[in-house]
Design a protein around this ligand. Structure first.
Ligand code: NAD
Ligand code: UFG
Length: 327
């Protein structure tokens, strides 16, 4: 199929563009490069432009005869969203509505949407199933939930079909070394720990050591970006085969604490990670772990590379190839 990948110059979008191309799909990337990287667009034509451009989108759909959309483009810093909700509702909601309208006008029926575990808020139980109450703690999570619901209602009224994939913590790098995580500023734990171990940062702060978890630090479900990319290709194929609109968790079902991640980098990469205890980060839940049963059942998807060692080793290889160890 001819697939438009919005945000395809970013971390997860570029990895998915590679997976789509490998599965025989034609990939067209739309990205405004606000956080993405031109050099990460390697598997098809690149349209530099904004999701919210009401004239550009219908043109792109027509020119490239787009048949489906994988929608990654978004703003995604939880803390920033609390300080600047306007940015999040405009980019993640209003601009996504522009995309949905262009799809409707062009008769494009399939969308796979990057949602997030941030839609759940503080979980009542872990692992978290999809029918858990959705109570986002920040505008980022609200904006993702809002678009999940818009896609549902567009499905009912206009025959659109969509899969919202609720990623837990995306991590790791391409196994061939082609792609990896390059956020600026970086806020995610694994790249920060690795950068500290490489001497590119003085240390990494451990946000909260008094959580009700076995070692007192917060627990997350880390999912390898290559496994995420595979799930997107499967979600697209599920829709094309007639699958109903739905929401699916993408995680492993296994959690790791902040200290376990730091110890994993110590063990696998050599050299102690300088870690400094710090207060909890506002808005962080103690533990977020997916129940991935539904994605397994509907998509036949099983994470293959999401054990913590493979995640850390691939991320380490990527970051050290970018800038070698400085200590
Ligand atoms: P990223 O910043 O690397 O990629 C986002 C891409 O979207 C960038 O290339 C950026 O330039 C582009 N973009 C943003 N706004 C745009 C606009 N208005 N028009 C055109 N392009 C635009 O982020 P990522 O980590 O690859 O995240 C991809 C998606 O996955 C996002 O929707 C995010 O909310 C979701 N997600 C990420 C994580 C994670 O752990 N990284 C977890 C849950 C959900
Ligand atoms: N953490 C630290 N020190 C740091 C950075 C993070 O201790 O310097 C901790 C956090 O407090 C958290 C864990 O490491 O407990 C993971 O933090 P990340 O910032 O890597 O990821 P989050 O769990 O906050 O958020 C990520 C994505 C969101 C997504 C969410 C869903 O960034 O987009 O996962 O679980 F919504």
């Amino acid at each position: 199929m001819r697939v438009l990948v919005t945000g395809g110059a970013g971390y997860i979008g570029s990895q998915t563009a590679k997976a789509l191309a490998r599965s025989g799909h034609e990939v067209i990337v739309l990205d405004n490069l606000v956080t993405g990287h031109r050099e990460a667009v390697k598997w098809g034509p690149f349209v530099e432009g904004d999701l919210g451009d009401k004239e550009l989108l219908p043109r792109v759909f027509k020119e490239h005869r787009i048949e489906a959309v994988l929608h990654f483009a978004a703003s995604l810093l939880v803390g920033e969203s609390v300080k600047d909700p306007q940015k999040y509702f405009w980019n993640n909601v209003v601009n996504t509505l522009v995309l949905l309208d262009a799809m409707k006008a062009s008769g494009v029926k399939y969308i796979v949407f990057s949602s997030s575990a941030a839609t759940y808020g503080n979980p009542e139980k872990v692992p978290i199933p999809e029918d858990h109450p959705l109570r986002p703690l920040n505008p980022y999570g609200e904006s993702k939930l809002c678009m999940e619901r818009a896609i549902r209602w567009y499905s009912v009224a206009y025959g659109l079909r969509g899969v919202a994939l609720r990623y837990f913590n995306a991590a790791g790098a391409d196994l061939d070394g082609d792609l990896g995580e390059e956020h600026d500023p970086e806020t995610h734990l694994i790249p920060l720990v690795i950068k500290a171990a490489l001497g590119q940062r003085p240390d990494v702060e451990v946000y909260g050591t008094d959580y009700p978890t076995p070692d007192g630090t917060a627990i997350r479900d880390y999912i390898h970006v290559v496994d995420l990319a595979d799930a997107h290709v499967r979600a697209l194929e599920y829709l094309v085969a007639g699958g109903e609109s739905t929401e699916l968790n993408l995680g492993t079902g296994q959690g790791h604490s902040v200290r376990e991640v730091a110890a994993g980098v110590d063990k696998l990469c050599g050299g102690l990670v300088p870690a400094k205890d710090a207060p909890r980060r506002a808005g962080d839940a103690a533990a977020l772990v997916a129940d991935p049963t539904k994605a397994k059942q509907l998509l036949g998807w099983y994470p293959k590379y999401s054990d913590l060692d493979t995640i850390i080793q691939s991320a380490w290889k990527w970051h050290s190839s970018k800038s070698p160890k400085t200590k």
